[in-house]
Design a protein around this ligand. Structure first.
Ligand SMILES: Nc1ncnc2c1ncn2[C@@H]1O[C@H](COP(=O)(O)OP(=O)(O)OP(=O)(O)O)[C@@H](O)[C@H]1O
Ligand SMILES: [Mg+2]
Length: 268
């Protein structure tokens, strides 16, 4: 019996076209990207700024259409956003005029879930993220780490099969970041979600992932590795692990390779 992968990305290319002073600016953000993610796997995407990571996540989320190629989720072609996939952004994007509960309820509301049921589900997620005391607070009354927790609760409340996370901890201090990384691993182990996770941090990718996909500045996949480190993984222990150090060095070398003198991404 063959098991359908959770996410199948097939020969994906994305070209952005923008008109500026009557000139058409063309940017190739993704170039023939193909990979699969098995159910319950945690896969990270790393690569230099502008290499197409956010674009890739947005195409998988169905927020942006591909120029060529396709994405299948649980074997079905993606033609737009769906409740099976939830995205967590770096810029969390909470609505400032809504309380924590009302922000977490938003997706359920948009899907027509009744008031009592959505309140119950939102409160359960808020409790699960340790935010029960802050349910009636507004986003601006919360720290950055708490806001990011609300962002994660907002994604989980939809009970998606797939979590798409775009540098969700990038703006947090080191201590809060470590705490949320640990919580994410617990959620992933408990709920058995499939996670596609974008990060700039090689340490974070090695800590969290089953597999790491590295992209290059041309929007292509440069390298894919399985992460052979035993779980549970704790950063304070990994730091002294020889295999962790070797993998980290090799990934950093590949990230830097061909990167000299290049400041931003290409425009064609
Ligand atoms: N809406 C858009 N219109 C035009 N060009 C875009 C658009 N979104 C992204 N691009 C371009 O596509 C390329 C890839 O951008 P993308 O945001 O996917 O990169 P990224 O890998 O997420 O970068 P970062 O690590 O800085 O977040 C860049 O050259 C960017 O300028
Ligand atoms: Mg990005």
């Amino acid at each position: 019996m063959t098991i359908t992968p959770s996410i199948q990305v097939k020969h994906l290319s994305k070209i952005y076209e923008r008109v500026n002073k009557k000139r058409v600016l063309v940017t190739r953000a993704l170039d023939d990207v193909s990979f699969t993610v098995n159910r319950n796997n945690f896969v990270s995407i790393i690569g230099p700024s502008g290499c197409g990571k956010t674009t890739l996540l947005r195409v998988v989320a169905g927020l942006v259409s591909a120029t060529e190629g396709e994405v299948l989720i649980e074997g079905k072609q993606v033609n737009g956003p769906g409740p099976d996939r939830a995205m967590v952004f770096q810029m969390i994007g909470l609505l400032p005029w809504r309380t924590v509960t009302e922000n977490v309820e938003l997706g359920l509301e948009l899907h027509g879930v009744g008031r009592a049921q959505r309140r119950e589900k939102a409160e359960a997620q808020i409790g699960g993220m340790g935010l029960a005391k802050f349910a009636s607070h507004y986003p601006w009354e919360l720290s950055g780490g708490m806001q990011q927790r609300v962002g994660i609760a907002r994604a989980l409340v939809m009970d998606p099969t797939t979590l798409l996370m775009d540098e969700p901890f990038g703006a947090l201090d080191a201590l809060t970041r470590t705490k949320l990384q640990d919580e994410l691993v617990l959620i992933w182990e408990r709920d058995r979600k499939t996670v596609l996770f974008v990060t700039h941090s090689v340490d974070e990718a090695l800590l969290l992932s089953d597999r790491i996909i590295m992209m290059n500045r041309e929007g292509r996949i440069k390298r894919e590795i399985e992460v052979p480190l035993r779980r549970p993984r704790v950063m304070t222990e990994l730091m002294f692990d020889r295999r962790f150090a070797e993998l980290k060095r090799s990934l950093l070398e590949d990230l830097r390779d061909g990167d000299e003198g290049v400041v931003e991404c290409r425009n064609e």
